[in-house]
Structure formats: structure tokens, C-alpha cells
Design a protein around this ligand. Structure first.
Ligand code: GDP
Length: 421
């Protein structure tokens, strides 16, 4: 197993970081293949607490090298800021590389995103300009990280990108940035990052050829993928396993394994369909025990019962070879645990999310027996209570996806591997 894609099977926050630490402690490279601003990884260094949004602080701190791949949209100023925090606090053990083809987030992308959030209402998005930067990329106006190293003609291209948004900026009452000022600031940032800007596809394939392990980490989860999520409640990025190819520039044949990550229940940030949503005591229990708070708004995340149709769909779209099920420990103490096994839509039973009709469909629920014992000290499959094993086996049987890893706590040691071959 050399190149492994790790993909969120639900709406994100499934615990992909923890799973990567558990399965790939010796990975030569961890690659972020899309996105550009995560809700945040908390870093505690020398007694101070920081929340980092772009630089993969956990992996870098543990000595792994990381690549921000071409499928990302990056604000180079923020990358520098976060690198400085890690360096200053002695927490930069690994090497950070950035693909020359990654899109650049410019100040007007951020302004557009933030002003739209204010005018359209809270969507839960951090609004750091990623969506508008991707729109410029599709519109062939994008600036790429490698462009910052060759400034000839760049001012005109930045001006063209600003001009394309000028009407919207004026309507929202925002100032129009000065292209020359942007050029100077961004070229200076690019210069500081020069030694880190590489051809990422080449880097990954060279490591693969020498037998090293490379992990390709997807952002968010399948249900917010630009194309395959519950459109239009999606992000601008390709979060699915296919996005790992376009987001890095390697062939599908160079991905040796696709691992899905699903939480033992569901959470979703922001608006949009959540067919298995729960409210009341069950929601509060999952929010409290699971620490399900949005780092951006500090509001509790919407929670739901495990949604088997979502996993069936996600397995189909991503081609999971296996699944890691996280946060099983959060369910301890529930008498009974509801699981969504299908949907009723206009009198029909659906076993996967439908193309339309999400607001009319009703979840079909089965109740499974719960368990009282805490799971956080369990280290082997046999140590789990029978009903906890039954819960995992139920999901596996009903989704057709092999669950090879069960996580019972945030620490990488709190991981149970299952040999199901
Ligand atoms: P990612 O974006 O998919 O990597 O997910 P997050 O970084 O949002 O991880 C979710 C949170 O859950 C993190 O704080 C993890 O430390 C924590 N976590 C991961 N796996 C488990 C688990 O099995 N049990 C518990 N209780 N927490 C976990």
C-alpha cells in the first residue's frame, strides 16, 4: 500500500486527521488535495493555543512532510502567518510544500465572500475567499502560486481578476483593491515561499516509485462535494476520491487504496438537507459528548442518526476499499440507538439519497440496542461490548462496506483494527 486516499464519507469532520495518524504514522507525505481553509486544527505549543486553518499543523508537528496540492485555493499570506506560528513555537518538524498550480486567493475574493455572507445570512461557511477563487479559476482568470514567482505581466492579470468582480464589489459597497498594491504584497509573499513551491504531481509519483507511503487527504466530506453532494448546498471543491486525481495531477491507477471515514452518527455544518437529523435530548447528547461545536461560529453542529443510504452512495461514488468508523465511544450510555436505513419519498422506498425531493423525504429508522460501558479503553474488537460490535456489523451489513478500523477516542492509540478478510 503506497498511495492511499482518505475521504470523508459524510459531511466532513469525520475524524480523518485521527485516522491518518493511526494508519500512516510513517507516511513520507500527507497531501491536501482540495479546499483551502478548514474550520481549524487546534495547536497547543509552549502553553499557547492556536487555531490553524491552512497549514496541516498536526502532521507537520509529528515530523511528516505535507503538500498543499494543485486542487487547493490558497492565501499565501495566511500560509506564511501559520508557518511563522509553527516555526516560532518549535512545532515545524516536517517540511511544507505547495504545488505551483494551486490557485491564489486574492483580497477581493475574501471581500466578496464575506460581504455575501453578511447580505445572504449565515451559511456556516468560513468565507475566506475559496469559492470566488475557484470561480476565477474556472473563468480562466485565476492566478496560480507559481505565477507569483514570475511577476512579468502579473499586474495586468490581477487587474483583470479584480475587474471581473468590480461590479459585485461596488454593489456590496466594498472598495476596489489596487492591483499594484496586491501585486507587491503577493509577490513578496510568493518570494518568501519560493523554496516550497514545487511540481506536486512529480513529488508524489517519485515517492511512490521509491516505495514510500503517501496519503491523499480530502477536505470536508462527500455530501458537500461540488458535483456529487446535495447541490447546491456544497463547497467549491472536489472532495471525493476522483478529486484526489485532479487535485494532485496523478492518475487513478496511481492510487492504491481508497479509505472512507464515517462518524458513528452524522453531523453537518451549515444549511442544507440532513434527512436523519435528530433534535431534543439525543441531539444534545451527541453535541455534548462528541464535542460537536462549529469552530467558526461556536454553535452546536446539527446532528443526525447514522445514515446508511448516505454511506451506500458515498461508497459508490468513491469506490471505498474499506471504511474507518470513528467516535463510536460517543454513543455509550444510550438505551437504544436509531439508525436511518432508507427514505420514504412520495410513497416509494429509496435506499440512496435521491436526486431531488430531499425536503419531502422521511427517514426509515431501525432501533438498535445500546450499551452502557465506556469504550475509550478498548483496544481489540473482542473488548467491545456485544451491542457495540452489533452496531458496527449492522452498518457494515446494510451498506456493503467493510469496516476495518473502529475509533474509540481522539488519541491514535484509541483505535481498533479489524481483520475482516
Ligand atoms: P476531520 O476534519 O475529518 O479530520 O475531523 P476533525 O478534525 O473535525 O476531527 C473531529 C474531532 O473528533 C477531532 O477533535 C478529533 O480529535 C476527534 N475524534 C476523532 N476520532 C475520535 C473518536 O473516535 N472519538 C472521539 N471522542 N473523538 C474523536
Amino acid at each position: 500500500m503506497t498511495v492511499v486516499a482518505v475521504v470523508g464519507a459524510q459531511w466532513g469532520d469525520e475524524g480523518k486527521g485521527k485516522v491518518i495518524e493511526a494508519i500512516a504514522p510513517k507516511a513520507a507525505l500527507v497531501v491536501q488535495y482540495a479546499g483551502g481553509y478548514s474550520p481549524g486544527q487546534t495547536l497547543v505549543a509552549e502553553g499557547e493555543r492556536f487555531v490553524l486553518h491552512v497549514v496541516p499543523s498536526g502532521s507537520l508537528r509529528s515530523g511528516k512532510s505535507c503538500l498543499l496540492a494543485q486542487g487547493m485555493a490558497l492565501d499565501p499570506r495566511l500560509v506564511l502567518e501559520e508557518l511563522e506560528i509553527l516555526e516560532t513555537h518549535g512545532a515545524l518538524a516536517g517540511d511544507l510544500r505547495i504545488d505551483q498550480r494551486a490557485q491564489v486567493v486574492l483580497p477581493h475574493h475574501i471581500a466578496l465572500d464575506q460581504l455575501r455572507e453578511e447580505s445572504e445570512g449565515a451559511s456556516g461557511s468560513p468565507r475566506r475567499g475559496i469559492g470566488p477563487a475557484y470561480m476565477d479559476a474556472v473563468g480562466r482568470r485565476g492566478i496560480r502560486m507559481g505565477d507569483l514567482l514570475v511577476p512579468d505581466g502579473l499586474e495586468g492579470r490581477i487587474a483583470a481578476s479584480i475587474e471581473a468582480s468590480a461590479h459585485a464589489l461596488r454593489e456590496l459597497g466594498a472598495p476596489i483593491p489596487d492591483a499594484k498594491q496586491v501585486l507587491d504584497e503577493y509577490v513578496a509573499a510568493g518570494e518568501k515561499l519560493r523554496s516550497r513551491i514545487v511540481d506536486g504531481s512529480r513529488l508524489i509519483l517519485d515517492l511512490r516509485a521509491s516505495g514510500e507511503m503517501v496519503v491523499l487527504e480530502g477536505p470536508f466530506g462527500t455530501m458537500v462535494d461540488q458535483d456529487h453532494g446535495y447541490y447546491p448546498f456544497v463547497v467549491g471543491a472536489s472532495t471525493v476520491a476522483g478529486g484526489a486525481c485532479t487535485g494532485t495531477g496523478i492518475s487513478p491507477k496511481a492510487i492504491d487504496r481508497v479509505i472512507g471515514v464515517a462518524k458513528a452518527y452524522i453531523t453537518r455544518p451549515g444549511l442544507g438537507p440532513l434527512p436523519s437529523e435528530v433534535t431534543g435530548d439525543l441531539a444534545s447528547t451527541l453535541q455534548d459528548r462528541g464535542g460537536e461545536l462549529s469552530p467558526t461560529s461556536a454553535r452546536p453542529r446539527r446532528c443526525g442518526m447514522f445514515d446508511v443510504p448516505v454511506l451506500r452512495y458515498s461508497a459508490r461514488v468513491n469506490g471505498f476499499d474499506e471504511l474507518a468508523l470513528t467516535k463510536l465511544d460517543v454513543l455509550s450510555g444510550l438505551d437504544e440507538i436509531p439508525v436511518c436505513v432508507g427514505y420514504e419519498l412520495d410513497g416509494d422506498v429509496r435506499d440512496e439519497p435521491p436526486f431531488e425531493g430531499q425536503s419531502r423525504m422521511q427517514p426509515l429508522t431501525e432501533m438498535l440496542p445500546g450499551w452502557t460501558e465506556p469504550l475509550s479503553d478498548c483496544r481489540a474488537w473482542e473488548e467491545l461490548p456485544a451491542n457495540a460490535r452489533g452496531y458496527v456489523e449492522f452498518i457494515e451489513r446494510n451498506s456493503g462496506v467493510r469496516i476495518t478500523l473502529v475509533s474509540v477516542g481522539p488519541d491514535k492509540a484509541q483505535t481498533i483494527r479489524r481483520d475482516v478478510d
